[in-house]
Design a protein around this ligand. Structure first.
Ligand SMILES: CC(C)=CCC/C(C)=C/CC/C(C)=C/CC/C(C)=C/COP(=O)(O)OP(=O)(O)O
Ligand SMILES: O=P(O)(O)OC[C@@H](O)CO
Ligand SMILES: [Mg+2]
Length: 254
């Protein structure tokens, strides 16, 4: 029988009670010291997991030192969010073993996965299979991942890819508008995808306010990912306030 790993079990158990908020840290943009500090604050505020990755250059020593700093300063699970097979660190708990289903380039659909698979096994990192879908505008990750971004006003295309991902065995679906996107994924698209699939739905990209986080949850998102809004807060104190605001948006029942 299929046995889920520790982090995936943690996600499912928490989802029984509430919606989840994951904070994405890009090792390209933060020092290990700041990453550790932000992870500690995240835990205090009630964030559920830390994701680590970036589409440009989050690899090797830079990646390892950020993951280690987070592990040293918080008890939150650290989940890798790799841009390629280079985005793997042995210090992480789990990895979103993702396939960019709407890429034009097979490297992002199965190539990077093949190149990273043995490393994940060797390090004992928990792989969590995930369908990763880029929605317009897609930003850097859309360009780097050679995606054919799904038009914002075509929810049915997103739903078809999401269901295909589930039928291929993926246990999470991630709708990604792109880090720093001017607008998050539209609520209509989130709603249709959620109605069609049975696995948890992750939504990220361009969510900057508690209200936007709330709107995505109300539309049907199970897990909200935020990064830029906190990274760009300007100071650690403001980052804490932003994390609190976003977390309230995800967790409030109204
Ligand atoms: C499972 C393995 C080993 C690899 C998967 C590789 C795949 C499919 C990657 C998808 C394409 C890609 C480039 C994803 C990056 C995801 C990511 C970390 C996005 C957030 O980073 P940004 O903040 O946009 O990065 P920048 O700051 O570099 O713009
Ligand atoms: O940085 P933001 O815009 O919050 O996006 C988070 C995540 O979805 C990016 O991969
Ligand atoms: Mg970034």
């Amino acid at each position: 029988m299929l046995k889920l790993g520790k982090v995936e079990t943690y996600i499912h158990e928490k989802l029984e009670k509430e919606k989840l908020h994951f904070f994405l840290l890009d090792p390209d943009d933060v020092s290990p010291e700041l990453a550790g500090e932000l992870a500690r604050i995240s835990e205090e505020v009630g964030v559920d997991a830390i994701m680590v990755g970036g589409s440009t250059g989050a690899e090797g020593e830079v990646l390892d030192s950020v993951v280690r700093a987070i592990k040293e300063s918080s008890n939150l699970p650290v989940i890798l969010f790799p841009g390629s097979h280079g985005g793997i660190s042995k210090y992480a708990d789990a990895i979103f073993f993702m396939s960019l289903l709407n890429s034009r380039n097979p490297f992002f659909i199965t190539g990077a996965q093949a190149l990273g698979a043995f490393q994940v096994k060797r390090y004992g990192i928990e792989p969590i299979p995930m369908a990763y879908l880029i929605i317009e505008p897609g930003e850097t990750v859309g360009w780097v991942g050679d995606a054919k971004p799904i038009p914002r006003h075509k929810p049915k295309i997103a739903a078809a890819y999401a269901l295909a991902g589930q039928y291929l065995g993926m246990r999470l679906v991630y709708l990604e508008a792109g880090s720093g996107a001017p607008q998050p994924v539209p609520p209509e698209m989130i709603g249709l995808v959620k109605r069609v699939i049975d696995v948890p739905l992750i939504v990220g990209g361009g969510i900057r306010t508690g209200e936007q986080a709330r709107a995505a949850v109300k539309a049907g998102a199970d897990i909200i990912v935020t990064g830029t809004a906190i990274e760009k807060a300007g100071s650690v104190e403001r980052a804490r306030e932003k994390l609190e605001e976003l977390n309230r948006g995800v967790k409030s029942d109204r």
